[in-house]
Design a protein around this ligand. Structure first.
Ligand code: G6P
Length: 427
């Protein structure tokens, strides 16, 4: 089927060639007349936009690539809008990573206090995008990639009536890595993950006519070298005891001391590495002979995000009725979480709506952690929307990676001081 317009907010991101590749590879199911890339950085937009145009021209795709600095123009008449913004840029990310570390806490861009700071900066911006979208194209779908993806999606849901789903490349990556490990085609595996964005566990891995979860755990346990690859960074006894497969971000909880040590010893934060990678990618993109997504982009963590996004859009447009793992309003799917909380779980995708599939109760071994992180997320959303210092403090106090009031207050004050230009809601 054909759709007339996809708007990409943050279209100057070095990730955009991924999306274009997704549009190219799904072209037999989904024809997109126009793709508008919007960005506040004209230089990035020009470089990335020119590469996107060369990519579609190379394969003869009729999709028109338009560039815009206007939010209103980008949202007007869009069927789908993808948000992939980083408020405060890479410099903001580096502060999110370094400030907690200075207080002896995990410095990570989505998990822990770093993700909290990113959320405070991002919520007002994404809220504005959602408000404008509901005025310009009230029937459009907003697909949010902006991190922390689940938390931001919930903030949009609370403050706007638009149709929004949050997406992450985590679930699709888990499927591909597990398939590779087991020597099976990824399309033949169904993995049910339950929980929140960057805080979820696979409790079913269905394939070959059975639940392969314990075989997968057994296989991982037999390959201790996998611990260092970053994708299954968990001790075999942990996996054997849980009988769940945690997403990689759970290493910040299960391996907290080791991770903290590693982050403290690193000469650069991940944000500093990404800044360098991004600089090199943009130089590469500026080469007018380049007509495809360069291999170097695979060094970024968001690999396969375009596959997740474009397959989702294609499923909605073509009313495929298949299952995607999405960040959506719980509506009773996980009995241990509030009805209005956004959770990351498998959903049935239809043209008119996405329907979360029932999970029931979370296993006792993980229930408390999920509930605590969801409380932190909800307090963070309220703090950001209300500009409330006291709720911001409560949010950090509720976070399992923040051990005391003293540290919560010092880290909060440091964020508010260092990022005040982006945190004006706190006065
Ligand atoms: C993972 C996460 C994404 C995150 C990315 C960071 O893939 O699922 O949410 O944005 O890693 O990758 P980076 O290359 O920016 O460190």
């Amino acid at each position: 089927m054909e759709i007339s317009k996809i708007g990409v907010i943050g279209g100057g991101s070095s990730y955009t060639p991924e999306l274009i590749e997704g549009i190219i590879s799904q072209a037999s199911h989904l024809q997109v007349k126009e793709m508008v890339l919007m960005d506040i950085d004209p230089r990035r937009l020009e470089i990335v936009g020119a590469l996107a145009t060369r990519m579609v021209n190379k394969v003869g795709l009729p999709t028109e690539i338009a560039l815009s600095s206007s939010l209103e123009q980008t949202l007007e008449g869009a069927n789908f809008v993808i948000t992939q913004v980083r408020v405060g840029g890479i410099a903001g990310r580096i502060l999110d990573e370094k400030i907690p570390l200075a207080y002896g806490l995990i410095g990570q861009e989505t998990t822990g206090p770093g993700g909290f700071s990113l959320a405070l900066r991002t919520i007002p911006v994404v809220q504005k995008i959602a408000e404008e979208l509901s005025r310009r194209s009230p029937d459009a779908w907003l697909i949010n990639f902006t991190n922390p993806s689940g938390l931001i999606t919930e903030a949009v849901r609370r403050s706007s009536p638009i149709k929004v789903v949050g997406l992450c490349n985590g679930p699709i990556s888990m499927r591909k890595y597990v398939a590779h490990l087991m020597g099976l085609p990824a399309k033949d595996l169904y993995i049910r993950t339950i929980g929140l964005n960057h805080l979820n566990w696979a409790d079913q891995i269905l394939g070959q006519g059975e639940n392969l979860l314990s075989q997968v755990i057994q296989t991982i346990s037999c390959h201790p070298e996998l611990i260092d690859t970053g994708y299954f960074p968990f001790a075999p006894d942990l996996l054997q005891s849980l009988q769940l497969l945690p997403c990689a971000y759970l290493q910040y909880y299960y391996n907290r001391e080791e991770k903290l040590d590693e982050l403290k010893k690193a000469t650069k934060t991940r944000g500093e590495e990404v800044a360098e990678l991004d600089r090199r990618l943009l130089l590469k993109y500026a080469d007018s002979n380049l007509e495809e997504k360069p291999k170097e982009l695979e060094a970024r963590g968001g690999i396969w995000y375009s596959e997740a996004a474009i397959e989702l859009i294609s499923s909605i447009v073509n009313d495929k009725g298949d299952i995607h793992t999405l960040n959506v309003v719980n509506n009773g799917a996980i009995l241990d979480l509030p009805e209005d909380a956004v959770v990351e779980i498998p959903c049935l995708v239809r043209r008119e709506a996405v329907y979360p599939l029932s999970v029931g109760r979370l296993p006792l071994a993980v229930r408390g952690l999920v509930q605590a992180v969801k409380s932190y997320e909800q307090l963070t959303i309220e703090a950001a929307l209300e500009g409330s210092y006291s709720k911001a403090l409560q949010a950090l106090l509720a976070h399992p990676l923040v051990p005391s009031f003293g540290l919560a207050k010092q880290v909060l004050d440091a964020f508010l001081g260092a990022q005040k230009d982006y945190l004006r809601q706190f006065g």
